[in-house]
Design a protein around this ligand. Sequence first.
Ligand code: 1GP
Length: 233
Amino acid sequence: MVKNKFIQSLATSISKKEKLLAILIDPDVFDNSEVEYFLNKLPYQTTHLFVGGSTVEKDKTEATVIALKTHSSLPIFLFPGDVTQITQKADGILFLSLISGRNPEYLIGQHVRSVSKLRDSSLEILATGYILIEGGNESAVERVSETKPMSHNDIQAIVDTALAGEFLGMKLIYLEAGSGAKFPVNTNIISAVKEAINIPLFVGGGIKNEVQKKEAYNAGADLLVMGTFFENN
Ligand code: 1GP
């Protein structure tokens, strides 16, 4: 595999002003026997598949990745809630550090424990500054990480957090309203963060329709992540 293939292709897409769409699949609720049907229903704009969840039963992630790989050539990235969800069958991993929170376990703890699985791995590792923002209900990330989301009103603090992530060397920033959020990340936040940072910006949580997608892209999101909408439909 070309080193940093995904990060390089992201940079190319951004320079061409292309917009990317990742569909998030939670192995705990995904029916692997329906994989072909599911893939056929995805929007044609889909560019990536993400696989993961805050908590996933052991071995389910790998089975789901294998099922998806059998029927799709889209790049598959792990979006793991913890170290148990790492499988070598994917193309890469969002190496998420929850920089909006102050729980060491999700800032660095899980990461250290995952090294034995990643040291000799061919997975592309994408250091991701993961920022949880209030989405109108308690998210699984909030519950599992025992950290509070950042307030929509605190735009400066969110921008500073994103920039701190960039200064730490993270390869991308992910603004997360939480899976099944009542409302997605506010466009004012997206545009303020986009203006401040020089690395790709992912946005997810609570995006349910074309209007919300368009607004998030127009505000500056490079890649949107949608999960619940496709799980439910
Ligand atoms: C969750 O950002 C993703 O981590 C996707 O959220 O399930 O609300 O689309 P939804």
